[in-house]
Design a protein around this ligand. Structure first.
Ligand code: NAP
Length: 279
């Protein structure tokens, strides 16, 4: 039985395998091993250009489709009502499936009014092509608007979250609205791996720093963590975070690693006005 986060009827496997930046060869090399290791949640996106390879690997795995949770994201250039539905059809075709478990709006930056974007997301569910819908990189205000505009519950907001980035305001609002938080860049592009506090903690728990950070993420209520590794031997390591618990003071010590200017993913023209927790 997978460890899952429940949100508005969606049961989202708590650790997802992220495929950002992986080309065709990489996906074919690593994803079959990730599925064998036990990953049952795959995160891709139209703009990653690897949905077809993700679809190939899931189909070839022999794992029943119902046991794999596939998230993809509509790219901003497809938000126009003329393109949205066709882009979802193309994602379905590439993923070689007749439904997407979770479809997200990838970034807010777009001239297409939000009601139209949310309407198109809803239509994809009503057409039976998508099980659950969500948003990504939304601040609190946009998330509230999306929730209000949607007939069908929004189940997650996916955004950057790691020990150096304080997201307490956004997390509190996301949780209060009953959405799952899906955290990306948990390793802060590798920066956490040389952190002295995390290093000491890892030694004390007999775990790796990556496991300490993943455990810190998923030990928080309603948090799903995405994880990407190109190293096949690290796949089981990144899933093995459910057999230990961080003490409260260690959870707090990791939260206290947050520092200003630590946001990594901030593309101009796509990002919203982020909710700041900095003075
Ligand atoms: N919605 C969005 O806008 C958005 C933006 C960014 C990311 N995402 C999603 O979130 C996913 C995860 O974020 P991310 O790709 O930045 O991944 P991440 O898991 O935060 O970091 C990946 C880095 O951590 C290293 N790493 C992973 N496990 C490790 C371990 N056990 N020991 C040592 N190093 C380890 C990897 O190196 P090795 O390969 O050498 O192991 C890689 O350099 C993405 O792939 C994507 O699916 C979404």
């Amino acid at each position: 039985m997978q460890n899952v986060v429940q949100a508005h009827g969606a049961a989202i496997p708590t650790i997802g395998y992220g495929t950002y930046g992986m080309n065709s060869q990489e996906v074919h090399r690593v994803l079959p091993a990730a599925l064998r290791a036990g990953f049952r949640h795959i995160d891709t996106a139209q703009v990653y250009g690897n949905e077809a390879e993700v679809g190939d690997c899931v189909a070839a795995s022999g794992i029943p489709r119902a046991e794999v949770f596939i998230t993809t994201k509509v790219w901003v250039s497809n938000y126009h009502p003329r393109h949205f539905g066709a882009s979802v059809d193309e994602s379905l075709h590439k993923l070689k499936t007749d439904y997407i478990d979770l479809l997200l709006l990838h970034w807010p930056g777009s001239d297409i009014p939000l009601p139209e974007q949310i309407g198109a997301l809803n239509a994809s569910v009503k057409a039976g092509k998508v099980r659950h819908i969500g948003v990504s990189n939304y601040n609190r205000e946009l998330m509230d608007d999306a929730i209000r505009l949607s007939d069908i519950p929004i189940v997650t907001n996916q955004f950057e979250y790691h020990p150096y980035l304080n997201q307490s305001l956004l997390i509190e609002s996301t949780r209060e609205a009953g959405l799952a938080v899906t955290g990306y860049c948990g390793m802060a592009v590798g920066n956490v791996l040389s952190d002295p506090v995390l290093k000491e903690m890892a030694a004390r728990y007999g775990k790796t720093i990556a496991q300490i950070v993943l455990r810190w993420l998923v030990q928080q209520d309603g948090v799903v963590a995405l994880s990407r590794t190109s190293k096949i031997e690290r796949l089981p390591e990144n899933l093995a975070v459910f057999d230990f618990e961080l003490q409260d003071e260690d959870m707090a010590a990791i939260h206290a690693r947050a520092r200003p200017n630590s946001r990594i993913v901030n593309p101009p023209g796509l990002s919203p006005q982020w909710d700041s927790t900095e003075p």
